[in-house]
Design a protein around this ligand. Structure first.
Ligand code: SF4
Ligand code: SF4
Length: 174
């Protein structure tokens, strides 16, 4: 790496540089004030960016037709998570046709890198990444998303039912 030094007398005066910078700022301010529609920035939070339908935002645990969790606590999502931020506790189900279910499913969203591996790894469409991305909270503990939040938060309006029915899934050999 080479360092180019400018030792001229003019370069020792800092005021011309400051006024040049202020001039550039003022020029952009005036241009933007009279051409708001051409501005590349938006006035958040009054205006919000419309992301595509494929945007991978906050996680959703999907539910079956009866409202129970689709998740079978197979641990594939937790095993594939590169951030190690999914914690699942499995339990035996009373229904003999259901092998296991999660009594606890938590995602530490502050550690999550939103890579989508959990969604890809899930064999039963039990976890999806939805369009929500505004997730402010006041305390660190509020960033641990539990089953209540992941499957039944109010914005989901009763939960997201998967289009893959168990019977259809078994017929398709999934
Ligand atoms: S999106 Fe990636 S980092 Fe976040 S929980 Fe899923 S696998 Fe882990
Ligand atoms: S969300 Fe899917 S991959 Fe993760 S434990 Fe449940 S069934 Fe398995």
């Amino acid at each position: 790496m080479s360092v180019v030094q400018n030792n001229s007398e003019k370069s020792k005066w800092y005021l011309p540089g400051i006024f040049t910078g202020l001039g550039i700022t003022m020029k952009h301010l005036i241009v933007n004030l009279f051409n708001k529609k051409d501005m590349v920035t938006i006035n958040y939070p009054e205006q919000k960016y419309e992301y595509s339908a494929r945007f991978k935002g906050n996680h959703v645990l999907t539910v079956k037709k009866d409202g129970s969790l689709r998740c079978t606590a197979c641990m594939l999502c937790a095993t594939n998570c590169p951030a190690d931020c999914i914690t699942i506790k499995a339990a035996e189900h009373n229904d003999p046709t259901v092998e296991k279910f999660p009594i606890s499913y938590e995602i530490d969203i502050l550690r999550c890198v939103f890579c989508g591996f959990c969604e890809e790894a899930c064999p039963v469409d039990a976890i999806r990444m939805g369009p929500e991305w505004q997730t402010p909270a006041l305390a660190g503990s509020n960033f641990i998303y539990d089953i209540n939040h992941l499957a039944y938060r109010s914005t989901l309006k009763g939960g997201i039912q998967t289009c893959v029915d168990d019977e259809e899934r078994h017929k398709a050999g999934i």
